[in-house]
Ligand binder design. Structure first.
Ligand code: GRF
Length: 204
């Protein structure tokens, strides 16, 4: 597909911690593998590696939290303002540990993605994040886990599933080995999915 057949996606990323998914998306845009541009990075955590990585990459980064905006409503407004001014077409949550407010959800309805390290609806919901997911998968003796990209709604992990991929749980896998393998797959899977969206193969 020629690049003129694809729509350049302006992507705003929300991340609370490490930001490996965020970095993978930035890198793919810069390599030209994805016809997109990360136009803003927002975090609720001023110490996050994600904000630091965005700074290093020269991407506008914003620390917006209930410390900078104690009123929920004002935080919601501030996030909407940043998204509008950055020209974001789409929002990608990548390890963002907060719920979004009603204004953002309305403004970007159907255009907010999240990545989750399991085959939703299994191992999703409140408290199911990071190692908690992988521990539950191993404890349940699952032979297969995976990655889900879904639309974001008010509740955690409930929106329409856009794309999933399966990952084998290997004999002897620990939380550590499994989480590393899943995260590596996530990084590539998020990029591939955004590429399919930019090519209108996936229509949101
Ligand atoms: C990923 O496992 C993602 O599925 C979950 O949070 C983690 C974020 O990792 N929502 P990173 O910050 O992108 O490295």
């Amino acid at each position: 597909m020629k690049s003129e057949d694809t729509k350049k996606l302006h992507i705003a990323i929300f991340a609370s911690h490490t930001g490996t998914n965020m970095q993978a998306i930035i890198d793919a845009c810069r390599r030209g593998d994805l016809n997109g541009e990360v136009c803003a990075v927002i975090s609720n955590n001023s110490d996050s590696r994600a904000l630091e990585k965005a700074r290093i990459a020269g991407i506008p980064e914003y620390y917006l939290s209930n410390k900078t905006y104690p009123e929920e409503d004002e935080l919601d407004e501030a996030i909407c303002k940043v998204l509008t001014e950055s020209g974001a077409d789409i929002v990608a949550l990548a390890g963002y540990m907060k719920k979004l407010g009603p204004k953002v959800l309305k403004q970007y309805k159907g255009r907010i993605l999240n990545i989750h390290p399991s085959l939703l609806p299994k191992y999703g919901g409140k408290g199911m994040y990071g190692i908690h997911v992988h521990r539950a998968v191993i404890d349940a003796g699952e032979k297969t886990t995976g990655v889900t990209i879904h639309l974001v709604e008010e509740e955690y992990d409930t929106g329409k599933i856009i794309r999933q991929c399966e990952i084998e749980v290997l004999e002897g896998d620990t939380i550590d080995t499994l989480s590393k393998r899943v995260l590596e797959r996530e990084n590539a899977f998020y990029v591939e999915t955004l590429k399919l969206i930019s090519e209108a193969v996936i229509k949101l």
